[in-house]
Ligand binder design. Sequence first.
Ligand SMILES: Cc1cc2nc3c(=O)[nH]c(=O)nc-3n(C[C@H](O)[C@H](O)[C@H](O)COP(=O)(O)O)c2cc1C
Length: 169
Amino acid sequence: MDVASAVKSMLAVRVYQDRPIADEVVTRIVEAARLTGSSRNRQDWDFVVVRSRDTLQKLGTLASTGPFIADAALAIAVVVPDAPVGYIDGARAAQDMMLVAWGEGIGSNWVGNMNKPEIKALLGIPAEKMVLTVIPFGYPAKKVGAGRKERKPLAEIAHDETFGVAYSG
Ligand SMILES: Cc1cc2nc3c(=O)[nH]c(=O)nc-3n(C[C@H](O)[C@H](O)[C@H](O)COP(=O)(O)O)c2cc1C
């Protein structure tokens, strides 16, 4: 799948098949994070790869806005410094992992509100670090690409040379 098609078709996936993700595919997903560019190339980030059903279920219980983590085949915690640059670097790495997974036919979704002491304790993450997100991954239970993407029209959000002048192509 080319990059533009991946961006066009990728949707949040919250319902997963009960099907494992092969180890080499998991590695390709995490590798996407490693290869992402970061501010001043600091690479000040860590990625906790979770495949244990027991831990996934515990994460699902602790995630108020992401209980579906419990049913995922994989979850990756994105751990960064608690600073704007950390959020930016981590978000870029997260998106690259999600896009590479999508190219492999695997769905995912950003889950927020995960910077909790219980989650850090569960995953052995130092207290001073920020858990930016925990992203669940899994083969989608529904057909990929079948969902509708609801987005504002381009002319509403893109401006031609000057803010307020609608971009018209
Ligand atoms: C910063 C951020 C936080 C999000 N937090 C959650 C969340 O906690 N739970 C959830 O189910 N989806 C979460 N989402 C997913 C959004 O709901 C989703 O990207 C949006 O609705 C668009 O979905 P679509 O691509 O399927 O159209 C989050 C997305 C972002 C970018």
